[in-house]
Design a protein around this ligand. Sequence first.
Ligand code: CA
Length: 226
Amino acid sequence: MSARILVVEDEERIRVFLQRGLGFEGYEVETAPDGKKALEMALNRPPDLVLLDIMLPEMSGIEVCRRLRENGQTELPILMLTAKEGIEDRVAGLDAGADDYLVKPFSFEELLARVRALLRRAQPSQPQVYRFADLELDTGTRRGRRGEIMFDLTAKEYELLELFMRHPRQVLTRDVIFDRVWNYDFGGESNIIEVYVRYLRQKTEAGKQPRLIHTVRGVGYVLREE
Ligand code: CA
């Protein structure tokens, strides 16, 4: 059964972005546009995790968090979303009982990593090893292996490779890759994806193995065997 996530965000663009992205990853997503509604929903039918913006109409995310904890939701994982400048907000959020926070703007892969970590902590399970052909990616050690050759990955290389491994044989457009690995409002003009795909190819083809990360001209990339 997939985990149920309550997304609390008043900014529609971000709310829809999160709803679509998390839905695409297989989570069941509910949304609330303000703090009051969020508190009501979370107490009526507690989700498995709450993504909680701090600056909200009706009731702030800090207050929602505090009231959830006061009303018996002591184990419910709460991930706060904070504005870049709000250092006091982060402290207040953690003081109010949030488990973790993420500073806007964030990359979707970073958000997913935090969500998975919090859900894992709530319901402990083993780190996962993704496999495709003779390529492996270990989510515990964050290292890869192609055949007998192990390789290390930088943070962004790891996020990009994990994205490919979670969606094998699926063409990932440049826009989707930007959204997931860099950031939802990152400009689409730079060649950063090409650069990182090149890094990953160097690592995954170090033993002269056949290419697995293929270019789909004019569209994006796909992990597949020839
Ligand atoms: Ca807000």
